[in-house]
Design a protein around this ligand. Structure first.
Ligand code: ADP
Ligand code: MG
Length: 323
């Protein structure tokens, strides 16, 4: 490309900001970063495709926030400190109003977490976004999915289900009141990545995952990789007032537990860590709730208030399930 091409102009106008954390940011063939001694580099990529991961009419500022938030959430789930992001953007047309709003959503969140955008790629095509995020975690201290032990507690941050309820409302699977929909859809559009919590859980959590595809399915990943099972107490799952209104219906229950898009952390820890974890709630201002137990065996079972197993249909979103 030449210096006055529309692509160069687009990158210069919307995506070139000082990269405080990097040796070299946007503009050269590669970005350069300096890794701290004694740290592992944590790297993750997430793609969001219009119509699959977001409604095509999502306000661009919300989309900029969300695209980065889901990547920050992966850093959180690993206990890593995020520093650098790359943005590969495919847009159907060059709409500077849209791009400016998208960039605002992106950079407002990036600044909140001191993350620098250090490069990317810009192409024309159906709207899709890929962000690669990089950060650091002390060697050997990352929170992995494979460390859960029988006898551990299962914990979850925040509350579960609102984002998925908004999606279910849009898709006509259930009906939210107008005010509830507007509140729930903000949880869908602007999830809060639990970055500080993830770092605080280093040395406390035996395993962790962020809930993107549904609580039960994502806890299932921890179980499979750890070679254990888990029981979850339905009555203990933290819900918002909106979730509480819908959990008693079949569609509501399935949506809350298997819908996803929560970007809360689900983690396991020894019962000896209960007091330390409870303290984090106060220090970080993030509710943390004990929802179940890791058991010997396989799979996740959900227990009702009568102590009997509850069956639900969905087990998390799977792009290749053919549904
Ligand atoms: P190349 O031809 O070497 O791939 P590009 O023309 O694609 O370089 O990009 C020029 C510079 O702009 C590079 O530093 C690249 O990382 C950066 N860049 C391109 N698109 C974006 C974007 N959407 N956000 C941030 N940086 C970008
Ligand atoms: Mg390129």
């Amino acid at each position: 490309m030449t210096d006055n091409s529309p692509e160069f102009d687009l990158i210069a106008r919307h995506f070139t900001r000082p990269a405080a954390n990097a040796v070299l940011g946007v503009g050269d063939d590669c970005a350069l970063v300096d890794i701290t001694n004694g740290m592992d580099l944590a790297v993750s990529t997430d793609t969001m495709v219009s119509g699959t991961h977001f409604f095509p009419d999502v306000p661009p500022e919300n989309l900029g926030h969300k695209a980065l938030a889901v990547n920050l959430s992966d850093m959180a789930a690993m206990g890593a400190m995020p520093y650098w992001a790359m943005l590969a953007l495919t847009v159907p047309t060059v709409d500077h109003g849209w791009l400016a709003a998208f960039a605002k959503g992106f950079f407002d969140l990036a600044e909140e977490f001191s993350v620098s955008l250090i490069g990317g790629d810009t192409t024309r095509g159906p709207l899709s976004l890929t962000i690669t995020i990089m950060g650091e975690v002390p060697m050997g201290a990352a929170l992995r999915r494979n460390g859960a032990k029988a006898g551990n507690d299962v914990w979850v941050s925040g509350n579960i289900g609102d984002a998925a309820l908004a999606v279910a409302h849009r898709n006509g699977r259930l009906v939210l009141g107008e005010e509830d929909y507007h509140e729930a859809v903000m949880r869908l559009y602007e999830p809060t990545p639990r970055v500080r919590l993830g770092q605080a859980l280093r040395g406390l959590a035996t395993s962790a995952i962020d809930i993107s595809d549904g609580l039960l399915g994502d806890l299932g990943h921890i179980c499979r990789l750890s070679g254990v099972g888990a029981t979850v107490d339905l009555g203990a799952i933290p819900l918002s007032p909106i979730g509480a209104k819908h959990v008693a219906t079949k569609a509501g229950l399935t949506t809350i537990l298997a819908g996803g898009d929560d970007y809360e952390l689900c983690f396991t820890a020894s019962p000896n860590s209960r007091d330390s974890i409870a303290e984090l709630t106060d220090v970080l201002g993030v509710p943390l709730t004990r929802i179940g137990q890791v058991k010997r065996g396989k799979g996740v079972s959900l227990m009702g208030s009568d102590g009997k197993p509850v069956r639900i249909d969905g087990r998390g979103y799977d792009h290749f399930s053919g549904a």
